[in-house]
Design a protein around this ligand. Structure first.
Ligand code: 3NM
Ligand code: MG
Length: 526
C-alpha cells in the first residue's frame, strides 16, 4: 500500500458535537466535499458492534473520495473494516504491538504532548505524530499542559532526519489556522504536514464550508515561498537599508497610514503626538469588541503592555489575531515584562495567539521574554547593563519568535534572524524622559505601515509577517527618533526634560530625508 498520504486537513470525528439534527454520515460526506484529506473515526463510548458499523459506513464514504480512514485506538475495528491505519494515544496499545497486528503498509499515528513522546515515536517508527493540544479546546478535557504554537517547532525539531509526518491538534480554527501554520516551524524550517480539526468542522451546520475555509488557508500558506524569514537571502548592505528607510519615510508622509496603538496610560498622548509628527495617524482603541472592524483600516498595530489590565489584554489578544488575518504588521512592546508573572504570562499568551512582526524591548525586557521560553536561552548572558553578545542574542530570539527583534540601548541591535544591524544614533536625554521607548514603538509601527504600503512582489513579505522588509522598518523607526533626539539637543533649544520632549516632537515633525542621510549610523554586523 502506498504511504503517500495527504495530511493537510485531518478530520477527527466526534459525534457528540454534531449540531442538533445533523446526521453523522451526511456531515462526514460534506466535510470530504469541503476538502478534508484524511479522516479519523473516534468513538470512545461506543459498543464494539456499533463502532464496527460506523467505521464500515464511514469507510465506504471515504473510499468514494479516495481519502484514507484511520481508526482511533481500536486495532480490531481497523482490521474489521480494512481501514488505512490506527491512531493511538499515549495510554493506548503500544505502537510496536499495533504495527505487528496491522497489515504491512498500514498507517500508525501517535499523539505526542512533549519531547519524550516524540523521541519514543521516532524510535517506534510511526508514520505520523499528532502534536497537541496546541490551543485550548472545549472538545476534550486535557491532561497535559498546552503545547502552544511556539512549542510545536521544538517537537518538529525532533523529527529532523526522519520521514515522520506531523499534524497539530487542539483548538485549531479558521481564525487561528494561519497563526498555527506560521508559528509551528522547526529551527530548520520544517513546517507542519497538516492540522487535525474536530469542532471547527464537526460542530458546524455547514461542514463543507468549514472544511473549505480551512483548506483554502492551508493551500495559500503552503504556496508561499518565503515562509521562514531566515531563508530570505537577498543580500542587504548598510546603504541598501538606509535607502529603504528613506523610501519608507517618504511613503509615511505621503500615505499618512493609520497606526492602531493599544498602549499604556502613561504615554498615550505622547505616542499619539509622535506618530502625528512622523506623518502617520494614531488611533488608540482598546476594546476587544471593535478589533475586528478596526483591523481593516490601519496600516499597522502596536501593542504595548506598559499599564496592563485584563480589559486591555482582551483587546490585545483580539487585535493581533485580526491584524494577522488582515495581514497587517504587528509590533509588540513588552514593557516591563520581567516585573511580574502576570506580564510574563500575558506576553506568552499574546505571542502564542498571534504572529508578531517586530518585538522591541530593552535588554531587561528581552532577557525576561526569552528566559520564560522553553525553547532556547542560548545567548542570554545578561545581567545588568546588557548582553555579553547582543548580536547572537537578537539573532537567536528573532529566529525563535520568527519575527524581527529590536534590542534598544546605547547601541540598538535589530535582527530578522539572519542579519543583525547595529544602530549608533541617539542621545542620553532620551533616557531621562518617560516613554521614549514607547515612542520608538510608535515610530516602528509607523514604519511597518509605511513599508507595507510600498509595492512588493510577495504577499507574505509585503504584509504583516517578519522578514527583511520589517527589518528595515524597525531600523527606520528607531533611527528617526534617535536622529531627531540628537538634532533636538544640538539645536540649543533644550533646557531640560520638558523642552527636550517638545524639541524632540518638533524636530521629528521637521525631519527631512537629508537629515536622516546626514546623521544615520546604520551598520550591518558580520
Ligand atoms: N486530541 P478541537 S486535543 C482529539 O491534545 C484531540 O492530543 C488532542 O478538538 C490532543 O479541534 C483533541 O475541537 C480535541 O479543539 C481537538
Ligand atoms: Mg486514545
Amino acid at each position: 500500500m502506498s504511504k503517500q498520504i495527504d495530511y493537510s486537513l485531518y478530520l477527527v470525528t466526534w459525534r457528540e458535537l454534531l449540531p442538533p439534527g445533523k446526521d453523522f454520515y451526511e456531515s462526514l460526506e460534506e466535510s470530504l466535499q469541503g476538502g478534508v484529506t484524511i479522516v479519523q473515526i473516534r468513538e470512545k463510548a461506543t459498543e464494539t458492534r456499533e463502532f464496527v458499523k460506523i467505521a464500515a459506513k464511514s469507510k465506504a464514504i471515504c473510499d468514494k473520495y479516495n481519502v484514507p480512514l484511520i481508526i482511533n485506538d481500536r486495532v480490531d475495528v481497523a482490521l474489521a473494516v480494512n481501514a488505512s491505519g490506527v491512531h493511538v494515544g499515549q495510554t493506548d496499545m503500544p505502537v510496536d504491538v499495533v504495527k505487528r497486528l496491522l497489515p504491512i503498509g498500514s498507517i500508525v499515528g501517535v499523539s505526542c504532548n512533549n519531547l519524550d513522546h516524540v523521541k519514543v515515536a521516532v524510535n517506534d517508527g510511526v508514520d505520523y505524530i499528532g502534536i497537541g493540544s496546541v490551543w485550548s479546546t472545549k472538545t476534550k478535557s486535557l491532561t497535559s499542559p498546552l503545547v502552544g504554537v511556539r512549542g510545536v517547532g521544538v517537537l518538529l525539531d525532533a523529527l529532523e532526519g526522519t520521514e515522520i509526518k506531523a499534524v497539530a491538534i487542539g483548538g485549531i480554527k479558521s481564525t487561528n489556522l494561519l497563526r498555527t501554520l506560521y508559528g509551528a516551524v522547526s529551527q530548520r524550517g520544517h513546517i507542519l504536514d497538516g492540522v487535525a480539526v474536530v469542532s471547527d468542522i464537526v460542530a458546524s451546520r455547514n461542514p463543507q464550508n468549514a472544511a473549505a475555509n480551512l483548506s483554502a488557508i492551508i493551500h495559500k500558506f503552503k504556496a508561499q515561498k518565503h515562509i521562514v524569514p531566515a531563508m530570505i537571502s537577498t543580500p542587504l548592505t548598510s546603504e541598501g537599508v538606509l535607502k529603504q528607510v528613506l523610501d519608507i519615510f517618504v511613503a509615511i508622509k505621503k500615505t499618512n497610514p493609520l497606526i492602531h496603538q493599544i498602549t499604556n496610560t502613561v504615554v498615550s498622548t505622547q505616542s499619539a503626538n509622535i506618530t502625528l509628527a512622523l506623518g502617520a495617524s494614531p488611533i488608540m482603541a482598546t476594546s476587544a469588541k471593535e478589533m475586528q472592524d478596526l483591523s481593516k483600516i490601519p496600516g499597522a498595530l502596536l501593542v504595548n503592555i506598559g499599564t496592563l489590565v485584563d480589559d486591555t489584554k482582551e483587546g490585545m489578544l483580539a487585535s493581533g489575531l485580526y491584524a494577522n488575518l488582515a495581514r497587517k504588521p504587528v509590533v509588540l512592546d513588552p514593557v516591563g515584562v520581567g516585573a511580574s508573572q502576570y506580564r510574563k504570562d500575558t506576553i506568552n499568551e499574546l505571542l502564542d495567539t498571534w504572529q508578531v512582526s517586530v518585538i522591541k524591548g530593552n535588554a531587561g525586557e528581552l532577557a525576561a521574554l526569552s528566559g520564560t521560553s522553553e525553547v532556547e536561552s542560548k545567548g542570554v548572558d545578561s545581567v545588568g547593563d546588557g548582553f555579553r553578545d547582543p548580536i547572537s542574542f537578537v539573532r537567536n530570539l528573532a529566529r525563535k519568535e520568527r519575527c524581527v527583534v529590536a534590542l534598544t540601548g546605547k547601541v540598538d541591535y535589530v535582527s530578522d534572524g539572519k542579519l543583525v544591524i547595529a544602530l549608533h544614533n541617539g542621545h542620553e536625554m532620551l533616557g531621562r524622559i518617560t516613554g521614549s521607548g514607547c515612542m520608538v514603538g510608535s515610530c516602528i509601527a509607523s514604519f511597518c505601515a509605511g513599508q507595507a504600503s510600498l509595492p512588493h512582489d510577495d504577499e507574505i513579505i509585503t504584509r504583516g509577517f517578519a522578514n527583511q522588509y520589517m527589518l528595515c522598518a524597525a531600523v527606520g523607526g528607531i533611527t528617526v527618533l534617535n536622529v531627531a533626539a540628537e538634532m533636538a539637543v544640538a539645536s540649543g533649544n533644550v533646557h531640560g526634560t520638558g523642552t527636550f520632549l517638545s524639541a524632540l516632537i518638533d524636530t521629528l515633525f521637521q525631519l527631512s530625508p537629508e537629515d536622516i542621510t546626514g546623521h544615520a549610523s546604520i551598520r550591518i554586523c558580520t
